[in-house]
Structure formats: C-alpha cells, structure tokens
Design a protein around this ligand. Structure first.
Ligand SMILES: NC(=O)c1ccc[n+]([C@@H]2O[C@H](COP(=O)([O-])OP(=O)(O)OC[C@H]3O[C@@H](n4cnc5c(N)ncnc54)[C@H](OP(=O)(O)O)[C@@H]3O)[C@@H](O)[C@H]2O)c1
Length: 342
C-alpha cells in the first residue's frame, strides 16, 4: 500500500516541508491501517519547525498531532476488538505522523467516532477537544456559575474550552486580538484584548477574582494570571507561547515556569497552580491513558454529534499544500483550527 506523507526535514520556514511517497507494509499483530480523512495543524507543528517544541523527534520526521480516518485493514489480534471493524471511522492522537494519507497505528490507540460526524469537524476536537475537556473538568474542576479566564479564546484549544465551559454553565472571559472579538463573543465569552491591561479588565468584570485561569502563554504575564484568581481558584498553565521564539534550550522557559508554579503552591494562599500535559502518563500507564482518552474524547464527540458544541474549522487545505496550511495557521488571522484533508 502506498502512502503520501509530508516530511519536516529540519528547522526552517513552512517551505521546507516536502512531499514523500513510500510503501507501507501490511499491518502486523495489533496494528491498524488507517486511511486519513483529516489531520490538524496545531501550534505544536509551528513550534517544531522553529525547534521550540519539547519532545520533538529527530529530523526528518512526519509531523501531525492528530487525525480522523477510516480503518482500511487490521492485523491479527486487532480484528478481535469489536469496536474496530474495517470501515469504522476513528480518531487518534499521534503527536507526530498524522500528515499523511495512510498511517499504521496501534489499534488500541484508536477511538471510534459516533455516526454522522463530518471528518474535518471531528478533527478539530481530537487533540484540542481532549485538552480543553481535561483542562476544565480534570485539572481545574470548575463548577456551574463560576467565572473563568481563557487566554487565546480564538485558538484551537481556547475556542473549544470556551464552548465546553459555556455548556457547563460557566461564565467565560476570553482574551484575543481585537479582530477576533466578534468570534469570541459568538462562542459565548466576554472578550478582552490581550494587548490591554488584562488583569485590570478582568478584575473590573470579576472584582472578587475568578475560579480558574487557563494560560498557554507563560512569560512575565503569568504573574497577572495568578493575581486574577479568587481564593480557592486554580491557575492551569499548558504552554509557553510567549517564549516559544526565545533562543536557546526550549526546556528552560518551561523549567522556569514549573519552578514558579511550585513556589506559588507552597505559599499558604488558598490557590492552586499547575502545569497540564496532554501526554502525561502515556508511556507509564498506557492502558489507563487509552481508557481516559476514549472516555474524554467520547464526551466531546457526543457533544459535537448533539450540536452542543460547534467545530471551529478555520480552513481546510489539501495534504500536498501543508506549507500553505502552516502559513495560514501562523497568520494570526484565524479562529479555530486549520485542517489538512488528504
Ligand atoms: N500542555 C499540553 O498538553 C498542550 C496540549 C495542546 C496544546 N497545548 C498548547 O496550547 C496552546 C494553544 O494551542 P492551539 O493549537 O490551540 O494554538 P492556536 O490555535 O495557534 O491558538 C493560539 C492562541 O494563542 C494566542 N497567542 C499566541 N501567542 C500569543 C502570545 N504571545 N500572547 C497572547 N496570546 C497569544 C493566539 O492569538 P492570535 O490568534 O490573536 O494570535 C491564539 O488565540 C499552544 O501553546 C500549545 O502548545 C498544550
């Protein structure tokens, strides 16, 4: 079976991406061959091409954080799993490798989709949906009626997080550039320009402070995120976008942030600070990781199928135009997620 893949050969502008065609072997025991219907362009790939992503594989490699596709063939053992027949539509979190038209994956990592879901729409909710769900319900455990702040409310994770929170009866203040404010309002959040004094604006809207702040920006602004919290509130950090272009070892900004969060947690101030990692536990306890992924993604897909949340597809591009897709994702002009459609 032939597969067309997009290869990132090294650090560089999106133009460095190459198209490669290669033969894939038949799936072996426990594997599934998946025909990819849609894969996502995430902030992770932007960081990988700039060498700012922790845990990037050695160059060259095929990027692609997540996908939706159809099972084309199953190796021995995999076909014993009743959830997975040939022809079944599935989703997978891959971290890398999804920018291809066919992939070989461990069948146990696949999550079945509900019937009647459009592939590009479902795709926007794989990595971003499960991240948003866990930030809200597993990390911060926010309750109905509380107020939260979502930084980057127009982004892939942010736009999903806003919708999940609104559906759970939570009030949302969302930061975004002014050009995205109408979109953020339509999602159900009160927008604030991230170039303004965000701390002052949040405290005008929520004088007692907020129940949680979801911060993927890091950098010096993290102090303001901490100051926005009410007593009992949680700061959930999940990225360091502010320092992603900083020269040097990409681990340093993360280590600095972790040290700061640890110190804040040690202070007797009735607030919590944590760093969320979508991949935590995958290597150490894979069975539990898979079960939680099926559970969390299942909740998000069910909400999509019922129309309780709306997929934010910013644009779709053919797989071979991955460089244009990456440029578009980096343009700062989009709400939601750019999707590659082989
Ligand atoms: N820890 C984890 O496990 C995990 C999992 C998934 C994602 N993430 C992280 O989550 C973040 C969002 O991912 P995504 O795929 O949703 O990205 P995305 O769709 O590209 O959205 C990024 C959002 O952040 C805003 N933004 C970017 N740089 C900023 C800055 N310096 N200051 C303020 N706002 C800024 C953007 O605003 P504009 O559009 O106005 O520029 C946009 O709203 C990334 O940092 C990613 O690495 C972490």
């Amino acid at each position: 079976m032939r597969a067309t893949e997009i290869v990132l050969p090294g650090v560089g502008e999106p133009d460095v991406l190459q198209v490669r065609v290669r033969d894939l072997p038949a799936p072996t025991a426990g594997q599934a061959l998946v025909r990819v219907e849609a894969s996502g362009v995430s902030f992770a790939e932007q960081q990988m091409r700039r060498d700012g992503y922790l845990g990037r594989p050695a160059f060259p490699f095929v990027p692609g954080h997540d996908l939706v596709g159809v099972v084309e063939a199953l190796g021995a053992e995999a076909s014993a799993d009743d959830r997975l027949q040939v022809g079944r539509q599935v989703a997978a979190l891959t971290r890398t490798g999804a920018w291809a038209d066919r992939v070989l994956l461990d069948a146990a990592d696949l999550v079945p989709l509900p019937d009647g879901v459009e592939p590009a729409e479902a795709e926007t909710l794989v990595a971003d949906g499960v991240t948003a769900w866990r930030l809200l319900h597993r990390a911060a455990k926010v309750r109905r009626g509380q107020v939260i702040v979502v930084l980057g409310a127009n982004g892939g994770v942010g736009s999903t997080l806003v919708q999940l929170a609104r559906h759970a009866g939570i009030q949302v203040i969302g930061t975004a550039s002014a050009r995205h404010h109408d979109a953020v309002r339509r999602l159900g959040a009160v927008p604030i320009d991230h170039r303004d004094d965000v701390l002052a604006k949040v405290l005008e809207l929520a004088p007692e402070g907020v129940a949680a702040v979801f911060d993927h920006v890091g950098g010096p602004g993290i102090v303001d995120s901490w100051r926005m919290l009410a007593r009992g509130g949680s700061l959930v950090c999940y990225g360091t976008a502010a320092t992603s272009d900083a020269p040097g070892d990409p681990r340093l900004p993360v280590l600095r942030l972790l040290a700061r969060l640890t110190v804040w947690n040690l202070l007797p101030n009735g607030r919590l600070a944590m760093f969320f990692d979508l991949w935590a536990g995958k290597g150490r306890r894979p069975e539990r990781y898979r079960a939680e992924l099926r559970e969390d993604l299942g909740q998000v897909f069910a909400m999509l199928a019922k129309g309780e949340i709306t997929a934010q597809v910013a644009a779709t591009f053919p797989l071979a135009e991955a460089a244009d897709a990456l440029r578009h994702a980096e343009s700062g002009d989009i709400t939601g997620k750019v999707v590659l459609v082989p």
